[in-house]
Write a protein that binds this ligand. Structure first.
Ligand code: IMP
Ligand code: MG
Length: 178
């Protein structure tokens, strides 16, 4: 089986999320904040972040799938499970695990903007800028990371490891024939 190497420690992740929560609390003072979690990867980040926002917070969830791949940059995002509430006139922040190629969010942001939120911002725990194919403006970012496949804090490898309380790198099993 593969092993997992720690890339960003639990305490570092926790500290950074608290700082982002503090920043959002300051910047949205006097208003309510509507957090939209992109499932499944964003769920651990959303829960931790929401606890650090000292304002009235509402949450909603969305599942999307991107048909983008390595060879086409024209990724179209498909909504598999839509929001349960209108976002019209709300101060909306999208909460996502990682911005990789940027295909998912570059397609999703304009789509949500059409629903007329009062404001729409993007908060991502991780950013892999080397892999970007579509430009995405990240308003609140946890960490920039190198081009490695990461797991933990919501991110999966074959649906596993989402529950790790740190960000880790997947190290494939050494080939036993060598
Ligand atoms: P995009 O390439 O920016 O559209 O990202 C699409 C999705 O790919 C992210 O929301 C993640 O769910 C997934 N993803 C990208 N990089 C990683 C990774 O290193 N580990 C786990 N999931 C990833
Ligand atoms: Mg995701």
């Amino acid at each position: 089986m593969e092993t997992i190497e720690v890339l960003i420690k639990e305490e570092e992740v926790a500290k950074r999320i608290k700082d982002i929560g503090d920043q959002i609390t300051r910047e949205y003072e006097g208003s309510e904040v509507h957090l939209i979690c992109i499932l499944k990867g964003g769920v651990f980040f959303l829960c931790e972040l929401a606890k650090h926002i000292k304002l009235p917070v509402t949450i909603d969830f969305m599942t999307v799938s991107s048909y983008g791949n390595e060879t086409t940059s024209s990724g179209i995002v498909k909504v598999k499970q839509d929001l349960t509430q209108s976002i019209e006139n709300k101060q909306v922040i999208i909460v996502e695990d990682i911005i990789d190629t940027g295909i998912t969010l570059s397609s999703l942001m304009p789509m949500l903007k059409e629903r007329k939120p009062a404001s729409l911002k993007l908060c991502a725990l991780l950013d892999k800028p080397e892999r970007r194919r579509k430009e995405v403006k990240i308003d609140y970012l946890g960490f920039q990371i190198p081009d490695r496949f990461v797991v933990g804090y919501g991110l999966d490898y074959e649906q596993k490891y989402r529950n790790l309380p740190y960000i880790g790198v997947v190290v494939p099993e050494a080939n036993e024939n060598h």
